[in-house]
Write a protein that binds this ligand. Structure first.
Ligand code: UT7
Length: 334
């Protein structure tokens, strides 16, 4: 992005619902065990929305925190991008619902649908508007209420997912800092491996679609696993190369939180020590587009990121999609 305004993450915020669903709770619901879930996934518990809560409610809580931390008023936002596969409704967009609730009157607003890679697609899009000088402040929120589309009679999927929201405020930063590279990709031929079959225009909602349980997440876990390991490595390699940074220079890796075995494979390949990798899936499970921003927010809160650190965000998900970004972190603004 030579010659353009450098863009960085000015602040973050996150929110998870209060209700905790533990592996012991799931043992009462399906034929599973804490031992199976922990050894195969690393997940111990996840947060679940109340019946009244929808994605925009979670997004609002995370967004308010991010704005407060940056001391930026909602009225000053130029654009809001919400990454989600569990919007409040198919339309209007969750970004528009959030814009209204925040009172972000001058902000353009739209949703991005890239499943677990949604936050990365969102920040890559947002940063272009700031780099070009068109906008100053863009809020990107990754939010999911996956419990609303999870089949709690299907042990293959119900142990994996959780609800939450993570927000990041993007804006101008000094030269040499902020986003150094992005990598985004898609392979639509893998779409059927991870999908919510009904509720769109292909299979509109009907009593038959409900009876066949087609409104729930359907997934081929084994195939998604293999894909995930491959693209996590490739996407990380790509952002390192584009930024001219070696893997030894990475201070913190914030990977999508789907399965500890997928993260471990990446740690091994890049030879990273464990303290350089953020893992919170034991407490939250897979929150799809919210995973990376919540993990990033927790890392910042825990003081794990310092001025000038090299931070890599990397994820993969339904679509199939993948993405990564490399940042030179700064707490300075211009
Ligand atoms: O964000 C992107 C979204 N998705 C993912 O990232 C998912 C990626 N995939 C995965 O994380 C893993 O493939 C899973 C955790 C979903 C599954 O782990 P696995 O090691 O690939 O197990 P498997 O699907 O090969 O299943 C092994 C066995 C099967 O039994 P049989 O056929 O060998 O008798 C399953 O029926 O484990 C059984 N199984 C379970 N057993 C107890 C599957 N789910 C469960 C369960 N509890 N919850």
């Amino acid at each position: 992005m030579r010659g353009m305004q450098p863009v960085g993450i000015l602040s973050t915020g996150s929110y998870v619902p209060e209700r905790v669903l533990t592996n012991a709770d799931l043992e009462q619901m399906v034929d599973t065990s804490d031992e199976w879930i922990v050894t195969r996934t690393g997940i111990r518990e996840r947060r679940i929305c109340s019946p009244e809560q929808a994605s925009s409610d979670l997004a609002y809580e995370a967004a308010v925190k991010a704005l407060q931390r940056a001391n930026v008023a909602a009225e000053d936002l130029d654009m809001i991008i919400v990454a989600t596969v569990t919007p409040d409704m198919l339309f209007p967009s969750t970004a528009c619902l959030l814009q209204d609730r925040l009172g972000a009157k001058k902000a353009a607003a739209f949703d991005v649908s890239a499943a677990c890679t949604g936050f990365l697609y969102g920040i890559a899009t947002a940063s272009q508007f700031i780099a070009s000088g068109l906008y100053r402040y863009v809020l990107v929120v990754g939010v999911e209420a996956l419990s609303k589309i999870t089949d709690y009679t299907n042990r293959n999927t119900c142990v994996l997912f959780g609800d939450g929201a993570g927000a990041a405020l993007l804006g101008p930063v000094p030269d040499g800092y902020g986003f150094q590279s992005f990598e985004l990709g898609a392979d639509g031929s893998g779409g059927p491996l991870l999908q919510q079959p009904a509720g769109g225009s292909r299979i509109p909602a009907s009593s038959e679609s409900v009876e066949k349980r087609l409104h729930y997440i359907s997934m081929n876990g084994g195939e998604v696993f293999k894909f995930a390991v491959r693209v996590m490595n490739a996407a990380t390699d790509a952002v390192l190369e584009k930024a001219g940074v070696s893997k030894e220079e990475v201070d913190l890796l914030v990977p999508h939180q789907a399965n500890l075995r997928i993260i471990d494979a990446a740690i091994k390949r890049f030879g990273l020590s464990e303290e350089k990798v953020v893992v919170n899936l034991d407490r939250y499970g897979n929150m799809s587009s919210a995973s990376i921003p919540v993990a990033l927010d927790e890392a910042l809160e825990a003081g794990r990121i310092s001025e000038g650190d090299t931070v890599v965000l990397v994820g993969f998900g339904g679509g199939l999609t993948w993405g990564a970004s490399l940042l030179k972190w700064t707490f300075q603004r211009v």
